[in-house]
Design a protein around this ligand. Structure first.
Ligand code: SIN
Length: 296
């Protein structure tokens, strides 16, 4: 049976049917999945039964994998012991220690690890145990966020960068080794262009990491806050988002270069266990297309 692609919304997202990720897929099938991914930004593949080596094997067909990030929990690294490429996202505590990162808290809109100079290109999240309610994951389309900005804002941001805060986790906790930010002009973290050219599609996306502690160098704090509010408002407007309600055996893969995500909180008395892989990325850049608006 061939691969079929079924759009999930008019914002982003498509379901891929007709694949068993426990098998090694042929190159043509991987190309079809990759093409659908570049078109739809987020893919969902349901009903999978795979172990860590199979998740690693499938993920690595799309590029080189990152190791699990350090410091995702107070206890440090949260990879499974056997596979350094797997990050565990979970609220489960065993023998007094969290088995994974993020706990049960809501995580606000973000781009994974964008405080790095070369943030991961993409993430793949596979669900092993899920709560019966809560823990949904939402995505927003950063191409559309850019495309629907007024021209004067597109022109204003084309040469600006933003600082992507390194101090906080996706759940809002202070990362190990950092102090709370009291002056956003001194926020530690990478400075990335606000507009990003997608290295595969060539399309322009807004590139935002985390709203808290973000700052646009060269502007006053007031101007920076106002501009960031405009950009974040456009990116996370409900009409620019799509939400996934998990089932066990779902694999969701998203492109960090053109989609941000957030997660709902959930009841801590129920278990949620997800295994995540990440593809290495490159340094964000902006190469204006000829059609980009310019100041008169
Ligand atoms: C993440 O932010 O990478 C995790 C999303 C989730 O737990 O659904």
């Amino acid at each position: 049976m061939g691969v079929t692609v079924h759009p999930l919304s008019n914002v982003l997202g498509a379901e891929i049917r007709g694949v068993d990720l426990a098998e090694r897929l042929d190159d043509g099938t991987i190309r079809e999945i990759h093409d659908a991914w570049m078109e739809h930004l987020v893919l969902l593949i349901r009903g999978q039964t795979i172990d860590d080596p199979q998740l690693v094997a499938f993920s690595s067909r799309f590029g080189e994998l990152d190791g699990a990030p350090i410091g995702a929990t107070p206890s440090g690294k949260v990879s499974t012991r056997e596979y350094n490429e797997i990050t565990v996202i979970s609220n489960v505590v065993e023998n007094g220690r969290p088995i994974g990162g993020l706990g049960n808290a809501e995580s606000d809109w973000h781009t994974d690890m964008s405080s790095y100079e070369e943030p991961p290109a993409a993430s793949m999240l596979y669900s092993l145990e899920i709560p019966s309610a809560g823990g949904d994951t939402s995505f927003c389309n950063m191409y559309r966020a850019y495309e629907t900005l007024p021209d004067h804002v597109k022109i204003r941001v084309r040469d600006l960068k933003a600082i992507h805060d390194a101090t906080l986790t996706s759940a809002g906790g202070l990362r190990h080794g950092f102090e709370s930010v009291t002056d956003v002009t001194k926020t530690p973290g990478a400075r990335h262009p606000i507009l990003r050219t997608h290295p595969v599609t060539g399309r322009t996306a807004l590139f935002l990491g985390r709203r808290v502690n973000a700052y646009v160098p060269g502007l006053s704090v007031e101007e920076s806050e106002a501009l960031l509010d405009t950009l974040w408002g456009r990116a996370t407007a409900p009409e620019n988002t799509w939400t996934h309600t998990w089932r066990i055996g779902d694999l969701v893969m998203w492109d960090n270069r053109c989609a941000m995500h957030r997660r709902d909180g959930f009841d801590d008395s129920v278990r949620r266990i997800m295994h995540r892989t990440q593809l290495k990325g490159d340094r964000p850049y902006y190469a204006p297309p000829e059609a980009a608006p310019t100041a008169a």
